[in-house]
Design a binder for this molecule. Structure first.
Ligand code: SF4
Length: 304
């Protein structure tokens, strides 16, 4: 493998994690369902904005059976405002698979977890190690950055070859005794100390082992060819009111914010060029629409 030994990394990282880890709701439980919900919900989401959603979601759907029995509309309503709604649909679909094919129990193997809708290697590894103590890695963006720096990987981390190499290193690093704590420690280090733009090396438990730090390259790594800029989607909406009501329509599935209720309009390439007219933005034939209450925000429900 080259670089620091797994034993040295574990010996420094785990005590640091025990002393410095943030007290987060999903770290106070070993309940696999709650851990599964956290891993779906927190993908590409900041902890500060995701935490209230996590608590609200579990209050509304306290068990996997509750979630599986709920209509998708109810799940999307609780998720509303968090973004990346595909995660909500996948979590709902996964709950149904768990109830129908696993007798309501979260599967206890990496392979079975990885076969659930919307679960990739990271989420399967996180749930397997944290909930069930299985010795598998969980490589997210934070872990990739820490490994690229500690092992001074100077190639593009978005390529398949380098990603595989990082996954192999991560697999060897994982603690045999405390795989869940080790994976969370790596993520915690990446989130709070080994941050993308300003790594706090003097505070880092791995400073003496870190090859990028020794070479003065900690701010140059990891190398990534992928653009960080978020895509810009042009949108145009029409506001149709009557008395104190606002017309909302259900957006087509399979498109941006598909299945959610919104003002009638268009999004995507060409939306800017489209003119708002009463005919164009009225409900499409066959689409379902309701009148919602006026105001800055409102919740619309399916009329059926
Ligand atoms: Fe990251 Fe610096 Fe720690 Fe290396 S020493 S892992 S670059 S924070």
């Amino acid at each position: 493998m080259g670089g620091p030994s797994p034993a040295d990394v574990r010996a420094r990282l785990l005590p640091w994690y025990d002393a410095n880890r943030r007290d987060l709701p999903w770290r106070r439980t070993r309940n696999p369902y709650r851990i599964l919900v956290a891993e779906y919900l927190l993908q590409r989401t900041r902890i500060k904005s995701g935490t209230p959603y996590y608590e609200r979601f579990l209050k509304r759907f306290p068990t996997v059976q509750d979630l599986a029995a709920a209509p998708l509309d109810d799940v999307l309503a609780v998720w509303e405002g968090l973004g990346f709604y595909g995660r909500a649909r996948n979590l709902h679909a996964a709950a149904r698979v768990i109830v129908e094919e696993h007798r309501g129990r979260i599967p206890q193997s990496y392979e079975a977890l990885a076969s659930l809708p919307g679960i990739g290697p990271y989420t399967a590894g996180a749930v397997a190690s944290i909930a069930f103590g299985i010795r598998v890695p969980a490589v997210d963006g934070n872990v990739t950055r820490v490994i690229a720096r500690v092992f001074r990987i100077r190639e593009d981390v978005t390529t398949g070859t380098v990603r595989r190499r990082i996954a192999e290193i991560a697999a060897r690093l994982v603690s045999e005794d405390r795989p869940g704590a080790f994976n969370q420690a790596m993520m915690e280090l990446g989130a709070t100390v080994c941050t993308p733009l300003a790594p706090a090396c003097p505070k880092c438990p791995l400073e003496r082992l870190c090859l990028a730090r020794a070479a003065g390259e900690e701010r140059d790594l990891p190398v990534s060819s992928r653009s960080r800029s978020a895509p810009v989607v042009p949108v145009v909406f029409g506001l149709v009111t009557a008395d104190d009501r606002v017309l909302v329509v259900r957006r087509p599935r399979g498109r941006l914010l598909g299945g959610l209720w919104a003002l009638p309009g268009e999004s995507g390439v060409g939306a800017r060029r489209k003119r708002i007219s009463r005919g164009r933005f009225g409900p499409r034939p066959g689409s379902r629409f309701v009148w919602g209450r006026g105001g800055r925000t409102w919740t619309a429900r399916s009329p059926t």
